[in-house]
Write a protein that binds this ligand. Sequence first.
Ligand SMILES: [Cu+2]
Length: 182
Amino acid sequence: MKHMCQLIALMLMFLLVACGTASGTVTVNDPWVRATAGQPGAANQTAAPMHDRMEDTGHSLHGDHGMSSDQADGSGLTISAAYMTLVNESNRADALLAATTDVAETVELHQTVVENDIMQMRQVDSIPLPAGSTVELKPGDYHLMLVNLKHDLKEGEMVTITLTLQDAGTITVTAPVQLSQT
Ligand SMILES: [Cu+2]
C-alpha cells in the first residue's frame, strides 16, 4: 500500500513537470496598426502599394465576411489592419486563434491571396505557427483586420491588442499606429 502511494505521488510529480514545460513560448515583435487618419483622399497620402490600400479600404472585396455593406463600404474609416511578427520559440506547434482590441468591435484573422490575378482577402480560422517558426503578419499576407473602429486611428497613438494562442495562451501587445511599415 505504501508503495502504491509512492507510485501515485511519483506519477503526479511527472504530470506536474510535464505540464510545466509543455506550454509554448511565442513572442511578438514589431507590432503596428495602420493609421486611418490621412488615408486615401487625404492630401498627405503617399503612394502606398495598391494591396496595402486594399487591406485598409477594400472590404467590399470580401463580400461574404458577414459585415453589412454600410459598415464595410463608404469612407473606409471603420476598418484598419494590424501587423506583427510572431516567433514560436518552442518545439511545439502553436496557432493564433483570435484577437481583440479596445479600438475595434471585432478583430478578424485574414489572409491576402491572389486568385486569377485578383488580390483578395479571406478570413481564416487560425494562423498556424509551426514549432520554431517565424510568421510575419504583413501587408499582402496574413494580417489582423480591425473591424468597426470606435475612432479614427492617428499616427503615434498606441493600440492594445490581445492575442489568443492555442498553446501559449493570451499575449497582450501594444502596437503603435503608423501610416506605413517603418
Ligand atoms: Cu483583411
